[in-house]
Design a protein around this ligand. Sequence first.
Ligand code: PBE
Length: 268
Amino acid sequence: EQSDFIGDQVKYEIIGIDPGAGLMEATEKVLKEYELTDWKLIEGSDTAMTASLEKAYKEKKPIIITGWTPHWKFAKYDLKYLEDPKGVYGADEEIHTIVRKGLKEDDPAAYEFLDRFEWTPADMEKVMVDVYEGMKPEEAAAKWVEENADKVEAWIKDVPQADGKKLKLAYVAWDSEIASTNVVMHVLESKLGYKVEGLQVEAAPMWVGVANGDVDAIVAAWLPTTHQRHFETHKDKIEDLGPNLIGTKLGLVVPSYVDINSIEDLKK
Ligand code: PBE
């Protein structure tokens, strides 16, 4: 028979993403601190998680995912964050640009542009929604750059041309980071004349890459909480250029039709 309890309805499963994500670490901590011993966090990816969400949503079935903002899912579905009264997911945070030590001396122009790069959650969501709706990330990035010439001009004004100089960026296949990294790569290539390589990797190697200098920059550092462990490990070997976006959020997310409001509601 049908149980009223959300745990029975979703088989005590929370649909997670890639195991390297800070969001997964935070969610394991949530399971401990709220004593949700019956629950399991399922590993996957951003793509697999949103596919499960789409399927459940179409059938109006209950589902619990690990979610974050900015993300296109909030534009496409009616969703809500579960309250986190213990504050395990931390307060709202920032996405930082991190460069390798020595970039400033080796390539002051790239450094200057990367230092100036900043945008808003609404900007990022625009690119993400276009990708969700079928555009290639590089096309969506090019479209955003074209439609936001004023913002882009402020990032590149008086920055010298690179004439084919090479630059390497690393990022993880989170839809938010696919969006930001493609916009930055597009500006570097189409406006500043770089040849950019974008390496798609897991979270830990992304940080290691910029710390050991194999990678010039990342625009995907979620601080101070989500990537704190990586930041602490590598902080003496990197340069933090500060936030490129302010106002992110992490948590457990459910469709609005799911009749619970707090992580506490996952307890029997
Ligand atoms: N995220 C998106 C990442 C950072 C960007 C929230 C999935 C993470 O959990 O590490």
